[in-house]
Design a protein around this ligand. Sequence first.
Ligand SMILES: CC(=O)[C@@H](O)[C@H](O)COP(=O)(O)O
Ligand SMILES: NCC(=O)COP(=O)(O)O
Length: 238
Amino acid sequence: MPTRLSVNINKVALIRNARLGNLPNLVQVAKDCERFGAEGITVHPRPDERHIRYSDIPQLKAVNTTEFNIEGNPTEKFMELVQQHQPTQATLVPDSPDVLTSDQGWDTIKHKAFLKDITQQLHASGVRVSVFVDPVAKYVEGAKEAGADRIEFYTGDYAKQFEANREKAVAPHVQAAKVAREAGLGINAGHDLNLDNLRFYQENIEGLLEVSIGHALISDALYFGLSNTIQLYLRQLG
Ligand SMILES: CC(=O)[C@@H](O)[C@H](O)COP(=O)(O)O
Ligand SMILES: NCC(=O)COP(=O)(O)O
């Protein structure tokens, strides 16, 4: 099965929020990402709304024609938003409110009861649930026991280690992916994936269903343009 490219548009919203007004137009960018070949749109609203605002969600949902993925810590506000607007997928991320960016996955053992309750609520709203985890077998198993449909592997450490030793960097992901497949969990991945490290990751992770990419992709678009950049990423995914 091919790996879907979901474009994370947080950074587009960050530029918009640098001024009062609507430039760049986030909704138009989301539509254009899809027109240029993206197979999903990802947003990660944070409590300070420094990029995606909660009020962006209904407009983005209304124009989405592919897959809509909302990521975040399942706070009361997040749950309200997801249950009201019913994206294709909610990706549960254990970020504290003041974190610069996501930097780790869940301890799904410690938080199993909480994740189970949240997952049941999201399933009742018809939303697919993905749980953000580090590539560690027990956390993958914990996500399964909590009722998740998928896990998203945190690839930040992979990206950091890629240049020095790519085989070593991907090894824990290969092992944890095997555990996920055996458990019947779908596999997503994201964080700091880019044009250098994406193909190697995808080639090594059998059954990788989806990658969500924002920071590097939007940065590349400054040089190559959004349409070309999306094509370049799609090409890495084979
Ligand atoms: C879960 C994850 O890895 C991404 O959502 C990433 O954290 C993007 O968030 P920022 O754009 O706020 O860095
Ligand atoms: N889930 C990861 C994501 O949406 C994008 O992360 P990044 O490419 O902005 O690091």
